[in-house]
Design a protein. Sequence first.
Lengths: 124, 139
Amino acid sequence: MNPIGAVSAISGISGVSGASSITGVNAVSGASTLSGAGAVDGSAASTQAPGNSFLNSLNDAFSQLNNQLSTADSSISSFAAGGSNADISTVMLQMEEASLSVKTATDVRDKLLEAYQDIMRTQV
Amino acid sequence: MSVFDTIRIAASGLTAERLRMDVAASNIANAQTTQTQNGQAGQPYQEEEVVFQATQMGPMAAAQGVAAVAIVKSTQPGTRVYDPSNPDADSTGFVNYPNVNVASQMSDMMGAARSYQVNATVAQAAKQLALDALDLGKA
């Protein structure tokens, strides 16, 4: 069970880097909702040259998400194995944190794809 | 201060209250125990109490969770009951019973249960806040 498999498919979004040179990608500043994960600095995306910085912070956010998922995973397995220090409240809240992070990540992905498709639909 | 800090603070409260519940259960279970863990007669179980301490959990000093730092044994004298037939009776025929006050342990247990519920409600509310914030992004 690795929901990150679906999420890591998002890293394919770096293929969109051609689009990220377009300032229209700043419309994705909705991504700063990810600051809940403490990794994405939304202002960095808009003030610095668009391109690597945003994707870097996106990468950071995803690696943090991956950490959260593996933390939740390991505490679930230690709880199932009857680990003495496993607390059901801790396990449940870690799962909730991971699920919130996944929801945030999918929302960010949706926003990104939306912006990308808006650009692709531009009449030439 | 992220929403996860709120959840972690509530989680620390949940863990702490569960420990308080554990200690109350131990005190109640051992209310009639006349020997220590090592089997020493004449040394009854002593009532235990948890000591909580505020600990900083997020980047902000104001956001403090709770941690159990110690479990101390009460030094209150226990009850002495005259029962010469008891194998743990001393030379004068008295048996030393623990200093556990079952009534106060019951109220402590109820307090721990209520505090646990409150912390669970805080975690639930924090989660709902995050979900509401995510809904802002929906079309």
